[in-house]
Design a protein around this ligand. Structure first.
Ligand code: UDP
Length: 352
């Protein structure tokens, strides 16, 4: 199948492109390259790349028709796209609080444009709209009421980033019911690790995530690690998160699309998005991540306890039973040691 992957030059998107290619699909990437890496798409993943803004209607139109210049001379030329996987979004929680307009414009407004172009195409072809897989987040839940969190947990996001993702979820609910636009919504917990080949991985600038920051402190790229609070109501006082291997996240996207296609083949009306949490169902504290990283890398690090980071809940752990049952999704790399070993292999290669 021909699949448009928005944000495919980013961390999770690039792993999804790999999973799609390995499953025999043909992805094309759209990315504004603000945080994404063109060379990963072109030289490592070796798939077509359109560089541009998600809100650019003529460009989206050309891509969905297979008429974008980046598709010239490829198998995808002049053939319509058959599904969209939508990763492109800004994802810095702190920045979303200080500059919410940027988050609502990009994450919400530009997604609406994408959906409108998909609808216009369907109308013109007198077909049902093609499916979309949307990257949502556990940040749409807000403070947890119970652990592990199931998909029916109430959603009260506490920052504009989470709010912008929740609003897109609402759009997708309304668009499924009004226009039969089929969708899968994945709520990610903490994406971590890297492809086992170590040729793609996490590389954010600025980097805010715990695991790459631990590895930065261990490799000497940073002088020390700050632990944001050790007075939480958890066994060792540090926050607990559910770390899920990025390749396992990527696999779920392929399974989500396959489920939609199966339902379409049976001519079932898909009047609601399929919604799944993606996590391992096991939580690890910041201290446990540091201890496991020491074991995996054989390195030490300097760590200072700093004040709590605003908006960090003590604990976030997913129930992913629904994805297991309905998609047959089983994480291949559920244990933290493997996740850290893959992250370390990539980190050493990228920063050597
Ligand atoms: N964290 C930390 N030091 C860092 C970065 C993160 O102590 O330099 C903590 C953070 O407070 C949270 C956990 O590590 O409890 C995971 O944070 P991350 O930013 O990786 O993901 P989040 O859970 O915020 O999506």
């Amino acid at each position: 199948m021909r699949i448009l992957v928005t944000g495919g030059a980013g961390y999770i998107g690039s792993h999804a492109v790999r999973a799609l290619t390995q499953a025999g699909h043909e992805p094309v990437v759209l990315d504004n390259l603000v945080y994404g890496h063109a060379e990963i798409v072109e030289q490592v993943l070796k798939v077509p790349l359109a560089s541009g803004q998600l809100g650019d209607r003529p460009m989206l139109d050309a891509l969905l028709r297979g008429q974008h210049p980046c598709l010239q001379g490829t198998n995808m030329e002049a053939k319509p796209i058959e599904a969209v996987i939508h990763f492109a979004a800004y994802a810095y929680v702190g920045e979303s609080v200080s500059d919410p307009a940027k988050y609502y414009r990009n994450n919400l407004g530009d997604t609406l444009t994408l959906l409108e172009v998909m609808l216009a195409m369907a109308k013109e072809q007198e077909k049902f709209p093609i499916p979309i897989v949307f990257s949502s987040t556990c940040a749409t839940y807000g403070p947890p009421k119970q652990i592990p969190m199931t998909e029916d947990h109430e959603q009260n996001p506490i920052n504009p980033y989470g709010q912008s993702k929740l609003m897109v979820e609402k759009l997708l609910i309304d668009f499924a019911s009004a226009y039969q636009l089929p969708s899968v919504i994945f709520r990610y917990f903490n994406a971590a690790g890297a492809d086992p080949s170590a040729d793609i991985g996490e590389d954010h600038d600025p980097e805010t995530h715990l695991i790459p920051r631990v590895l930065d402190a261990m490799s000497g790229r940073e002088p020390y690690l700050q632990i944001f609070g050790d007075d939480y109501p958890t066994p060792d006082g540090t926050c607990i998160r559910d770390y899920i291997h990025v390749s396992d996240l990527a696999d779920a996207h392929v399974l989500g699309l396959e489920r939609i296609w199966r339902l379409q083949e049976k001519e079932e009306i898909i009047s609601k998005p399929l919604i799944y949490n993606l996590g391992n169902g096991t939580g690890y504290s910041v201290q446990q991540v540091i201890e496991t990283a020491k074991k995996v890398t054989g390195r030490g690090l300097l760590a200072h306890v700093a004040k709590r980071r605003d908006g960090d809940p003590a604990q976030l752990v997913a129930s992913s039973i629904k994805a297991h049952q309905e998609l047959g999704w089983r994480p291949r790399y559920p244990d933290l040691e493997t996740i850290l070993a893959h992250a370390w292999a990539w980190h050493q290669k990228r920063h050597s």
